[in-house]
Every structure is written in structure tokens, then in C-alpha cells.
Design a protein around this ligand. Structure first.
Ligand SMILES: [Zn+2]
Length: 64
């Protein structure tokens, strides 16, 4: 049985077409009134600055 892998949604949280990255996500970023954002290490920094609704200071959890 294949393990479910959460994929990175890219620096814009998947809300801009064609910007999802597809790498396995390592971090979960909590957002205000939006679904939590899953990102890989490369996109953690950009996502904090570019995605909509990110809390400040950021609230980040490690995913697996
Ligand atoms: Zn990524």
C-alpha cells in the first residue's frame, strides 16, 4: 500500500496556476481563514512572504 505523500504547493500556495512544485512537503504553514499550506524546504521562505493569509509571526509545523 502506497504511503500518502503531501506535495508542496509552491510559493503562492497553489493559488497561482502553474506554480505548484510537487516535491514532498516538509512544513505546514498555518494561514488565516485559509487551508494550511504545505511546502517543501525550498519554498518555505518564499511561501511565508508570498502566499495569502500567512500569520505573522509565522506559525510553522514540521510534517513527517
Ligand atoms: Zn516546493
Amino acid at each position: 500500500m502506497a504511503e500518502h505523500v503531501v506535495r508542496c504547493r509552491g510559493p503562492y500556495g497553489g493559488e497561482v496556476d502553474g506554480t505548484g512544485c510537487g516535491e514532498p512537503a516538509r512544513f505546514e504553514v498555518v494561514r488565516y481563514r485559509r487551508p494550511h499550506l504545505y511546502v517543501c524546504p525550498v519554498h518555505l521562505g518564499p511561501a511565508l512572504l508570498l502566499a495569502e493569509g500567512v500569520l505573522w509571526p509565522p506559525e510553522i509545523r514540521l510534517v513527517a
